[in-house]
Design a protein around this ligand. Structure first.
Ligand SMILES: C[S@@+](CC[C@H](N)C(=O)[O-])C[C@H]1O[C@@H](n2cnc3c(N)ncnc32)[C@H](O)[C@@H]1O
Length: 360
């Protein structure tokens, strides 16, 4: 039996009463009773007040098992004290709401709280397309990307800017996770559909969602933020066109219409210049991008864009390499593409980058 994703709270008073016991056998008996009660407990059965910390049932049970296995009273009490601390203490790194006192729960793969800490992401599962998320927009990213970044680099109530909003994936995740979202998009048709989907997402955490039509190179951001009583955002998430791999519109200001790589980078740099002043100091900018081929050459767009950002007073925190699903066209012509790769001496793209920078 596994209890993945079942959450409970523990009454600290019960743990304190067990801690007062001075005989190993008695302590074990009391812990066994607690374990049995926990096994049959429904979610929230153990909740005592609104401030209680939610704990993962499977992790708590494994810690309880550790107490039962202890060979001495001192050891059992040591594990018990650790459980009590984790059940009563909230410890964060100051920029997110992740409880580091319960960090183990965040690293259990497959759970809904899972936080990726490795620089290699291999997502076998299909993208989450529930609720307002749908795959109507060619060139969108999987909601897991903004979800991970929001939980890692922001707190509830923080402000997040997405200057390449597209279908609004980031803003929908912002609503789900209780962050205020600010999206900019050049294409009015795309905004219309994105706004409809964003509105469909329930606003249970009462956040603000601001969407603007415009060119992210020169749209005035500060006045828009000031309307909501803020002057800074706590995270910028950028998912620009991978130059001309997908043409998003016929608009000459669209980065996917840049005539060459140099122009693309120039336009991209102008956007970084426009958004940087409203990012709070020491907070993060995330870039999601892939490379491309042109005339038989690998064009390292990701690294070129990385340089553009680093020239603007940011330090690089991480480069995550993430696999991506093949497009339907590529999947149907797999053999042909493999032949071309062998013939031309190149490798088929299977990855993109999530780069994380911190404003100095
Ligand atoms: C890769 S898509 C972003 C997709 C988005 N992450 C999603 O999940 O739907 C890039 C978007 O940037 C927009 N774009 C291109 N140039 C722009 C510019 N100068 N200002 C604002 N948006 C721009 C395109 O219209 C396109 O929708």
């Amino acid at each position: 039996m596994t209890y993945h994703n079942t959450m409970i709270t523990l009454d600290i008073k019960i743990l304190e009463a067990i801690e007062a016991v001075n005989e190993l056998e008695t302590l074990r008996n009391k812990i066994t009773l607690l374990r049995n009660a926990l096994i049959s407990a429904n979610e929230m059965d153990f909740q005592t007040n609104e401030q209680a910390i939610l704990l993962r049932k499977d992790v708590v049970l494994s810690e309880i098992e550790q107490i039962l296995q202890a060979q001495t009273l001192e050891r059992a009490k040591y594990y018990l004290a650790r459980l009590k601390k984790g059940a009563s203490q909230i410890k964060t790194n100051g920029i997110n709401d992740l409880n580091l006192a319960r960090w183990k729960e965040l690293t259990v793969e497959g759970s809904s709280d899972y936080i990726v800490t490795d620089s290699l992401w291999t997502t076998e599962k299909k993208r989450v397309a529930s609720g307002a998320h749908s795959a109507w927009y060619h060139g969108n990213f999987m909601p897991q990307i903004p979800a991970q970044m929001l939980r890692r680099y922001t707190k509830k109530g923080d402000w997040v800017l997405d200057p390449f909003m597209g279908s609004g994936t980031t803003l929908i995740e912002c609503k789900r996770l209780g962050r205020n979202g600010f999206g900019i998009e050049l294409n009015p048709e795309v905004i219309k559909e994105a706004w409809r989907l964003i509105q469909e997402e329930p606003n249970e955490q009462n956040v603000i969602t601001e969407v603007c039509e415009g060119d992210s190179r020169n749209i005035a951001l500060l006045p828009r933020l000031k309307q909501h009583g803020v002057e800074k955002v706590q995270l910028i998430l950028m998912h620009p066109p991978y130059h001309d791999i997908i043409k998003f519109s016929a608009n000459p200001n669209d980065l996917s219409n840049a005539s060459n790589t140099e122009t693309f980078l120039q336009l991209f740099g102008q956007i970084v210049d426009n958004v940087t002043p409203i990012l709070q100091k020491e907070r993060h900018l995330v870039l999601v991008i892939g490379d491309k081929y042109a005339k038989g050459e690998w064009i390292p767009l990701g690294f070129y864009c990385m340089q553009e950002i680093m020239q603007r007073n940011y330090c690089l925190k991480s480069i995550v390499v993430k696999n991506f699903e093949e497009t339907r066209g590529k999947r149907n012509n797999k053999g042909l593409w493999q032949y071309r790769a062998l013939m031309g001496g190149f490798y088929l793209f299977k990855h993109e980058y999530i780069m994380i920078f911190q404003k100095r």
